[in-house]
Design a binder for this molecule. Sequence first.
Ligand SMILES: C[S@@+](CC[C@H](N)C(=O)[O-])C[C@H]1O[C@@H](n2cnc3c(N)ncnc32)[C@H](O)[C@@H]1O
Length: 262
Amino acid sequence: MQNNNLKNILAQAQKPGRFSVMSKKVLKRLFDSSGKHSQAENMAWLKSHCSSFEAIAQRLDADLWQESTQYAVALEKHADVILKDIEFDLGGGGGYPFLYFITRYLKPEIVVETGVAAGFSSHAFLSAIAANATGSLYSSDFPYFRLPRPERYIGIVVPESLKSNWSLYLEGDEVNLPKIFQQVNQVDIFHYDSDKSYSGRELAMTQAKSKMSSMGIILMDDIQDNSYFYDYIENNQPPAWHVFEFRGKYIGLIGDLKKSDP
Ligand SMILES: C[S@@+](CC[C@H](N)C(=O)[O-])C[C@H]1O[C@@H](n2cnc3c(N)ncnc32)[C@H](O)[C@@H]1O
């Protein structure tokens, strides 16, 4: 198994641009900051600020929340069929019922996400975009380098029929995000679910902030991993933000979940 891992890592490292991202990822594991707050302080803060997404969604549009939960059940069934034949664990999806609801509710023109893996979040954005009949998704990912030929698994749950509004970049956020942000005027939804390090989050947020539309929504997954989100809220004091829980993990949202049109 270890030999196979090493073989896969070496095969990926030889591809153009991959070695630099891979070595930075290893260095971050060793030297990355965990933030201003300890793990215990961060967890206590997340728990004390956690709201129910369902309660907010029900208040905003109960029918749409019902559509979103039905969508999520259908996605899980669809993904189960595809993923059961794959011998590796590609990880579960991040908050897809919420992502579907927010995208259907706000009808964004431009959605940017980092972290695709099997593609639960991409499927949610693209399904909502298809139902809205407007919008495009730009996704940034970097292949899981311990797997053999990992590119074939990226977005594997996304069917061809949803791909017409999708631009997928595979060279890592540091390379992909500047390319994506150069192509779009404004971002209406930015979803961060890739490199979970403090510095990875900081780099992406610094770039994303200058591109967000006035009513733009930022979502960040797995904010229990370090205190980046907590520190961001303390340092920037945004007027509207939330913490939600999804399957034992926490998601941060910055922005106001109200439509810009009355
Ligand atoms: C948690 S998974 C994403 C799950 C996905 N959002 C979903 O809902 O199904 C994280 C993904 O981010 C990718 N990733 C890790 N570091 C990255 C980086 N520096 N740039 C881009 N993608 C990265 C991983 O390879 C993996 O595919």
